[in-house]
Write a protein of this length. Structure first.
Length: 383
């Protein structure tokens, strides 16, 4: 029997096409899009979960017990309290210089000489006048004994002799001024004249600084008035001599506070024989209390919280926990922990900004990376 297309219904034709597609493994276009979206969502969820659980690399320091000092730090310039400007006490031409800058001189040592010719002539003239009046005085004494002159005449001759002797002493003093002497012991810091210069009266010719003892004055806020006392040890670091710490002490403390600045003056003294020089600028630390065996951590471990002191502590080697601290003394590098930590706790010093309370962390060794903090793999035994 022959079947023609005209006798096949549309329903049967659609069913046949669907069966043919199913046999070829094909899917409808809508089903393919839905499956693709499902796979993408699963992959994104997995990536997000892995990212959330990713450990943040951090550097840590172990809280330890050590001695910590309470101190006040400030800056000041060194000054020489014993300083003298050497002046010429007479005028004349400089004929000799006997000291140079950098020389150490003793009090009374001759530093330079001014031409003494004129002063010597004045001494000779005064000496001649004294000799003449002395002879007159001797004759007057004989005449007075013989009642040949009056007492008034004798007294006049005696007064003239005393005046001449005073003039001689003055001339000899002027002669001594031609030798310029050091008024104090110290180092010649500056020389203002040269040989051949005409030096005027009271002209400054040398500056001498006694560097055996130097002073540094701190202007300290009034809140430290009760803590800084004379005799406390002082440490000094100067930029001119890096790496060295110079020891000194507080010599005196001003009894009054300046009304305008709200500060008081604290004067420290240092031994100038420690290579220190007047005018050097330095950083001064005054230690006024000390606590041995204090639990300390670096100041870099503290979080930037304005209301309270806190740190991140690594628990179980992988989780960061925020811990609130009670702190005590602070110096330039360390801070004392009164409560909140115990010896051996590891606090985060680098990587703090990338973590929160409960974050997964991985401890790294500075300069070696995260792998250096992991334990070494055990060797595999060979059969």
């Amino acid at each position: 029997m022959r079947i023609t297309l005209k006798k096949i219904s549309p329903f049967v034709l659609a069913l046949a096409v669907s069966m043919a597609l199913s046999a070829c493994g094909g899917k409808p276009e809508g089903d393919q899009d839905a499956a693709s979206d499902k796979n993408n969502a699963e992959q994104q969820g997995k990536d997000g979960k892995d990212k959330a659980n990713e450990a943040v690399p951090v550097e840590v320091v172990t809280a330890k017990q050590q001695t910590i000092n309470a101190s006040y730090a400030g800056t000041a310039s060194l000054d020489a309290p014993n300083e003298a400007m050497v002046t010429a006490k007479t005028s004349g031409v400089m004929v000799a210089l006997l000291a140079e800058e950098g020389d150490y001189v003793q009090a009374g040592q001759v530093l330079a000489r001014i031409d003494p010719a004129r002063a010597r002539l004045e001494v000779q003239r005064a000496q001649a006048a004294v000799n003449k009046l002395n002879n007159n005085y001797q004759r007057a004494k004989e005449l007075l004994g013989q009642k040949m002159i009056s007492t008034e005449s004798f007294d006049q001759i005696r007064f003239d002799l005393e005046s001449a002797r005073a003039s001689l002493d003055l001339a000899q003093l002027e002669l001594s001024y031609t030798n310029i002497q050091a008024p104090i012991s110290g180092m010649v810091a500056q020389r203002m004249v040269k040989p051949g210069n005409l030096v005027n009266l009271n002209a400054v010719v040398f500056r001498i600084v006694n560097t055996r003892q130097l002073e540094a004055v701190l202007n300290v806020p009034e809140r430290e008035l009760a803590t800084l006392k004379p005799g406390l040890p002082v440490k000094l670091r100067v930029d001119a001599i890096p790496g060295r710490v110079f020891e000194g002490k507080i010599d005196r403390v001003a009894p009054a506070v300046d009304v305008g600045s709200g500060t008081f003056r604290v004067t420290s003294v240092f031994d100038g024989q420690q290579d220190l020089r007047a005018g050097m600028f330095g950083r001064i630390e005054v230690v006024y209390d000390e606590r041995p065996n204090a639990l300390t951590i670096p100041r870099t471990a503290l979080l930037d919280d304005e209301n309270e002191a806190a740190v991140f502590v690594v628990r179980d080697g992988k989780v960061a926990r925020r811990v609130v601290l009670e702190t005590g003394f602070m110096n330039g590098e360390y801070v004392e922990v009164v409560s909140g930590l115990k010896p051996g706790d590891r606090v985060v010093t680098a990587g703090k900004v990338a973590i929160r309370d409960g974050s997964q962390v991985q401890v790294i060794v500075p300069g070696k990376g995260a792998d250096a903090a992991k334990p070494a793999a055990k060797p595999v035994a060979k059969n």
